[in-house]
Structures are given as C-alpha cells and as structure tokens.
Design a protein around this ligand. Structure first.
Ligand code: NI
Length: 253
C-alpha cells in the first residue's frame, strides 16, 4: 500500500469535499495517511480526523512560521495530546528562514523544546526546514541524535542528504521531484538509498506533474512513486513496497 507520511487534510481547502475525498483513498491504493499539525488550531481538527477515519493517524506540533503562538499552557496541552493512541509523531517542527515569519531565536527555542518533548516521549519527529540548512543540521545533531526523524519536503544538497541518512533519518519526497526544474532533488533521490525515502504529499500544496499548481491530494502519490522508480531504476511496485516499510519503521506503525 501507499503511505502518505505528510498531509494536511485539516486545511480549509478541503472543506468542500473532505469526506468524499477521504472515502476514495482505499480504492486509490492509499492505505494510510499521517495528517501533520502546523498551527495550534489544526490540533482539534486532526483529532477529529483520526477519530473518524481508521486509516488516518496524526502528528501534533507547531510549524516554525507559527512558533510565536506557543506558550507554556499550549505546550502542556501538546504534551497531553501526544499521549493519545493515534497521535504517532511530533510535527511539523523546525526552522523557516524563507518566510521568516518569526524571529530566529523564537523559532530555534520552540524547535528545541519540541525535539526535547519528542525524546521524552520516545516519538519520531517531522522536520520542516527551509533556507535554514546549517542551523537545522546543527540543532538536529545536538538535540535529535539517535531519534527517529523525517526531513520533510527535502530541499537541500545531496551532500547534506547523505549526512542525514548517516544519522538514520528519512528523507521525505513529494510532488516537487516530478518538476522539470527540480534537478537537485532528483540528484538527491539518485544518490541516497531507497531505504531512506518516504513518500509525502504536503497536500493541499505541491501537487506533482500533471497536476502542478492544482490542489494536491494523496491520490496523486503514484506520480511521485513513478518518478522515484525511474530515477532509481526500480519498478513502481518496488518503490511503493520499500517506502511503505520505511514509513512503518519511521512512525512505528
Ligand atoms: Ni506540511
């Protein structure tokens, strides 16, 4: 089965047809979806989705763009939610110097606090990092050594990807790999072992070709698997089977 390791079905872009869309997942070969938290408001919606759909699991965390909205009270609620059965990871957390919505110190502080919380609870982490390669790597080395992690929507160099693979982390690959101009990411996929790759949509964002620019959803993941298969010289079935295994190891499913 295909596992979508990173989706945002809580997003308002799905308000009109969420139910119908999720009903079609199984028939489309999508066996399991991890709905990842970004804002504090997303948490309740994620809990609702995990309660309603057996194949939807959740991650709870606060995105670096929203880090300033965290405080001690919200952080302790986050800690409570992480103890629920269907909440299986901390995320997405990290650093974003591209949108740069929060001061770097605030981003770093809450990134580290959330990493420490994940360690305390022995849970994997979902890392968002944009234009912040060096700081992210440094913090991961110091605070997440030995932990399970996925570097989601990986956008850095092949050299750094190899370093993360050496640390035992997974590389999240989504629709971007199908873009014609995504030379760097295609090179990353060629160079790292398939055993370190997981599939993700980040939907509603980053739909693969031929849906580029449209609303993304998990049903488009076969296009991503096909591109990876081509780059690795494997069959699509091999890519689907191996990434399923990787995702289950990452999230302990
Ligand atoms: Ni995301």
């Amino acid at each position: 089965m295909i596992i979508d390791t990173h989706a945002h079905y809580d997003d308002e872009q799905f308000d009109t047809d969420r139910e119908e869309l999720l009903k079609n997942m199984e028939a489309g070969g999508i066996g399991l979806i991890v709905n990842v938290g970004s804002t504090i408001e997303s948490w309740d919606k994620i809990m609702g989705l995990t309660e309603r759909y057996p194949f939807v699991y959740g991650a709870i965390g606060v995105h670096p763009d929203e880090a300033g909205s965290l405080d001690e009270e919200k952080f302790s609620r986050m800690s409570e939610l992480l103890d629920l059965d269907k909440i299986i990871a901390v995320g997405e957390i990290g650093l974003d110097y591209y949108w740069d919505k929060e001061k770097h110190d605030i981003q770093k502080d809450w990134f580290i606090r959330q990493l420490d919380l994940a360690r305390e609870k022995d849970m994997p982490v979902i890392i968002h990092s944009r234009e912040a390669a060096a700081d992210t790597f440094e913090i991961m080395k110091q605070h997440a050594a030995g932990m399970k992690a996925v570097i989601h929507c990986y956008s850095y160099s092949p050299e750094m990807a190899r370093e993360y693979v050496k640390m035992g982390y997974y590389i999240g690959v989504g629709g971007v790999v199908t873009f014609k101009n995504a030379k760097k990411l295609k090179q990353v996929v060629k160079e790292i072992p398939l055993e370190s790759v997981v599939l993700e949509t980040d939907c509603p964002y980053l739909a693969p070709v031929p849906y580029r620019g449209k609303r993304n959803c998990s049903l488009y993941l076969p296009y991503v698997a096909e591109q990876i298969a081509e780059l690795k010289g494997k069959t699509v079935e091999e890519v689907i089977q191996q990434t399923e295994k990787n995702s289950r190891e990452l999230y302990d499913l």
